[in-house]
Design a protein. Structure first.
Length: 249
């Protein structure tokens, strides 16, 4: 069986993984913005230097510098000079505004399409996990869900990411794991905005338990179906949120 994958290691590593296509500053900025939205990069955290960031992303140093300028303009990063200086995440006051801008920038067709794609990846992982998980894997999944504090949005978001990564790992498909990691930094910050609400945090917990039960029963079809249901629900919330934002413009 594959080893468990934790967001503090694998997902964070995915944030700074080389870009698959192009080396444009906006792609670097978007990757970092998504990571901040997801909570993989936290308030006050120091980012790698421009040269180190360029090396990790596989881009020119000037591209990394331009990406940081974009983040500073969005008030997601502040740069301090001096021996203890550097670029630091400062997203506490602007995260909601950034998320709102992203939701408004995407069409309903784009949001639905991303939901369909993410459903396909997550559901396939769940279906394969039902055939390959051991009893120890089941216990670990349960402990992951039980550790989530439903009274806190941040805990619910981290828990959602952890659960999805663990399911992907149990699929024993390296490609599915990599794609789950990529989607966690690119789309999950928007998809799980619904976790702002207590009702949806509870729905997420209930869905996770039902998926685990399906995996334990080696019922891959049920694991797939319940995964798709939750993601479809989250997309529905996101579309309604977009409508509300448009009315306020």
């Amino acid at each position: 069986m594959p080893q468990s994958i934790w967001p503090t290691t694998a997902a964070r590593a995915a944030v700074f993984a080389p870009l698959v296509v192009g080396g444009r500053a906006e792609l670097v900025a978007q990757r970092l913005t998504n990571a901040i939205e997801l909570g993989l990069l936290t308030h006050g955290e120091r980012l790698p230097s421009e040269s180190e960031m360029a090396r990790r992303f596989g881009v020119a140093t000037v591209t990394a510098r331009e990406a940081l300028e974009v983040l500073r303009a969005l008030e997601l990063v502040e740069t301090r000079r001096g021996r203890d200086g550097g670029s630091f995440v400062t997203s506490a006051g602007s995260r909601s505004a950034v998320a709102a801008r992203r939701v408004l920038a995407l069409s309903r067709v784009e949001l639905r399409d991303m939901g369909v794609y993410y459903s396909a990846i997550a559901a396939t992982s769940a279906q394969l996990a039902a055939d390959r998980a051991t009893r120890e894997d089941i216990r670990h999944l349960l402990s992951t869900v039980e550790a989530i504090d439903l009274t806190a949005e941040a805990s619910a978001r981290r828990g959602e990411g952890t659960f999805r990564l663990e399911i992907a790992a149990l699929s024993q498909s390296a490609r599915l794991v990599r794609e789950e990691l990529r989607l966690q930094t690119e789309f999950a910050p928007l998809l799980w905005l619904c976790l702002r609400e207590q009702e949806y945090r509870q729905r997420s917990r209930d869905s996770h338990i039902s998926v685990i039960e399906a995996i334990q029963a080696t019922d891959g079809d049920a694991a797939r179906r319940r995964t798709v249901e939750l993601i479809t629900d989250a997309i529905g919330w996101l579309l309604e949120a977009k409508t509300d934002l448009e009315r306020k413009q």
